[in-house]
Write a protein that binds this ligand. Structure first.
Ligand SMILES: Cc1ncc(COP(=O)(O)O)c(C=O)c1O
Length: 364
């Protein structure tokens, strides 16, 4: 069986280092907000190129805490693409603000800048740009729109740790960058985890307090917060995995290159790479017409694929709102996208099997 993602294989790859990092935490006994969290925060912000990084409970909380720190709340509107993980939109709703869901560009599947302009109202407070599948959104245009309209820009980097937009790492372009360390992500913990990065001292301090009940140094809540801390065990694991993130991303890029070359002549469209950017291939997404039959064929060959995402968020009952018009590209894409297995531990043999079975399916 070839899985669509395989965090266990990655654990086994670095087992000795991970096991000893975990043992060290257990023997020292400090399990919450200790040396590993602080060291990881330092190492991660250096890697991204931002001044600060704050470890939190998961990627959804990272987005929520960033928006809470910016004081988004009831009556405010936040623009985000409908073609994203539900988590992106759930985090807006958690603040009490209204998610305003917009379309993506049909080629790269990232937030379409023209759809942002159309969605702005006097209540708009911010925009969430999602770096889908591992590649940066159209950041120059999105930044311009945000600057011109006085909007905060939040980067959802859950799928793209390490990706570059014109020599800057994602997360270091907008006001804040939000990361998920869900186990299958390019930088995955062995459980939940997340981080917010920023170079804004005020926001960093506020998020640091918000992740722990809004406490100040004397453990007095200056505002209401929550409990959303990255724990020591996850931070220790992430410190090991961060050392290998570049190597893992390079392997993903090599696998993507091979898919692209080999699938070139089939009736499949691979989502292309944006010029002057790097793509870290959290997902290798293709578009196909007869998706259901292809998924069944691959399954019968022992190959499990993913669909990111089959139901656009604006069509989910929880987020149906009157003002949302049809999002043509998003709805079209949702019927066609399919994610092929891609992760650093995917063997060449397994990738060849996936490619051969795709070729068999499309044989005339
Ligand atoms: C684009 C995107 N945003 C946010 C999240 C939320 O991350 P988490 O599952 O850690 O809350 C995810 C992960 O599923 C994601 O893919």
């Amino acid at each position: 069986m070839i899985l669509c993602s395989n965090p266990k294989a990655q654990y086994l790859e670095y087992k000795d280092e991970i096991d000893s990092a975990i043992q060290e935490v257990l023997s020292k006994g400090q399990l919450i907000l200790g040396e590993n969290v602080f060291a990881f925060e330092q190492e991660f912000s250096e890697y991204i190129g931002s001044k600060y990084s704050i470890g939190v409970g998961n990627g959804t909380d990272a987005l929520f805490l960033a928006m809470r720190a910016m004081e988004f709340g009831p009556g405010d509107e936040v623009i985000a693409p409908s073609h994203t993980a539900t988590a992106t939109i759930a985090s807006i709703a958690m603040t009490g603000a209204t998610p305003v869901l917009t379309d993506v560009d049909p080629v790269h599947h990232t937030l379409d800048p023209t759809s942002i302009s159309k969605a702005i109202t006097p209540n708009t407070k911010g925009v969430i740009a999602v770096h889908m599948y591992g590649q940066p959104a159209d950041m120059d245009k999105i930044l311009d729109i945000c600057h011109q309209n006085g909007l905060k820009l939040i980067e959802d980097c859950a799928q793209a740790p390490g990706a570059m937009y014109k020599n800057r790492r994602v997360g270091n372009i907008g006001d804040v960058g939000c990361f998920s360390f869900y186990p299958t992500k390019n930088l995955g913990a062995l459980g939940d985890g997340g981080a917010v990065v920023t170079s804004d001292t005020y926001l960093a301090e506020k998020i640091r307090k918000l992740r722990q009940y809004g406490w100040d140094e004397k453990r007095v809540s200056q505002f209401t917060g929550l409990n959303s801390r990255l724990d020591e065990l996850q931070a220790a694991v992430l410190r090991v995995k961060l050392k290998y993130l570049e190597k893992g991303n390079a392997r993903r890029i090599a696998l993507a290159k091979k898919y692209k070359e080999e699938l070139n002549h089939l009736p499949i469209e691979s989502v292309p790479q944006r010029p002057k950017c790097s793509h870290v291939y959290h997902l290798y997404v293709i578009e196909v017409k007869d998706r259901d039959s292809l998924v069944s064929h691959l399954k019968s060959c022992g190959i499990i694929v993913g669909i990111h995402y089959p139901v656009p968020v604006h069509l989910m009952p929880a987020y149906l709102t009157k003002q949302i018009s049809r999002l043509k590209n998003t709805e079209f894409i949702s019927r066609r996208v399919l994610s092929l297995p891609i992760y650093p531990e995917l063997s060449e043999l397994n990738q060849s099997q996936i490619i051969s079975n795709l070729k068999i399916f499309f044989q005339p």
